[in-house]
Design a protein around this ligand. Sequence first.
Ligand SMILES: Nc1ncnc2c1ncn2[C@@H]1O[C@H](COP(=O)(O)OP(=O)(O)O)[C@@H](O)[C@H]1O
Ligand SMILES: CC(=O)OP(=O)(O)O
Ligand SMILES: [Mg+2]
Length: 405
Amino acid sequence: MTKILVINAGSSSLKYQLYDMTDESVLAKGRVERIGMDASIIVHEPTGREDLRYVEEILDHTAAVRVVLQKLTDPKYGVIESIEDIDAVGHRIVHGGEKLTKSMLINDEVKQEIKRLFDLAPLHNPAHLMGIEAMEANLPNVPQSVVFDTAFHSTMPPMCYMYPIPKVLYKKHMVRRYGFHGTSHQYVSEQAAKFLNKPLESLKIITCHIGNGASVTAIKDGKSFDTSMGMTPLEGLMMGTRSGDLDPAIVPYTMVKEELTVNEVNSMLNKHSGLMAISGLSSDMREITDNMDTDPNAKLAFDMFEYRLRKYIGSYAAALNGVDVIVFTAGIGENSVILRERVCENLTYLGVKLDPERNAVRSGEDRRISADDSKVEVLVIPTNEELMIARDTYRLVQELQPETV
Ligand SMILES: Nc1ncnc2c1ncn2[C@@H]1O[C@H](COP(=O)(O)OP(=O)(O)O)[C@@H](O)[C@H]1O
Ligand SMILES: CC(=O)OP(=O)(O)O
Ligand SMILES: [Mg+2]
């Protein structure tokens, strides 16, 4: 029971990693992108072997799952002999709501609940269910588990998760803050404590997961106290294509002025805002930083992104009454030297002192980027949501079949 396949199904993509849990090694990973469009891109990277990349029409998630299983067992590019060698499948699920607060094996009730939450994560949950059902169709006898982005944040107190609006909306329609990227915030906070060789419970930590989707979490006693995403992954920071926080009055106002439907305004805020909207250039931080010295729109996009992130860090330092550790992670957090520099140069009032040489190092390792005399430890910890999902899945299948342990 050691080979665990981890699936992260998005609306138009499906990412996968196959682990051997005897030593937590990755046997292969890859992704199918542009599912349902005319030219899907397939990337398969078996460890220690030649990578494969090609274009083919993949109509839906069931077809994408078939491609993944074929690649994993392919005579040339495969890493296992048969799909029977896969012992369990773990799925990332963005929204678990109030009921699904820990990782679990999939059953009909769990699937129903994921479905009930479609409205709260319209970009993510429908795709996850497609991924689950496609896997079930292809591997009917293999146990499958779900690991929720929201789970780590279920420790938030009501003061942090309630919105100051009529309570009936919470009772009737689940309107409250849930938070996301929890698997990542949890992983990097645990790694940070290990790196510093200090008990996790003794640290006040602010974790910044800055990828295409981005969120900040305030962690105390090893638990999520507050986080920047809310009922949906739209609240909080400015992101690649998402607005993050704004005056809610903008929604009805623009709907009236521009004659937008509910779907159109949702799409505007989720898919056509953020870095993309302000720069008019790209949602990709690399393109923004490459162009910001010459393009004023790219500069404004970067400045807003950085400023909004810094304000959250400041407010979470207030929420925790101080901060011992700031962690940067995910695509931008791990890679953008300039973003980390700009954020930290304006946090000196907290006692943050960045070491520019350490900050400039490019590496896939956990690392300190603050100076030795900084009052706050500033770390870069590469996230690994897939490993967390594989670990939880492995634990759940072991509990299921204790005789094989
Ligand atoms: N070297 C780099 N410098 C700056 N930004 C980078 C670099 N590499 C990746 N990124 C940024 O990371 C973001 C994607 O992050 P990622 O965590 O992969 O997002 P997601 O998982 O939400 O798709 C993009 O904005 C991309 O530009
Ligand atoms: C919750 C969320 O925003 O996820 P992602 O960053 O993968 O879009
Ligand atoms: Mg991500």
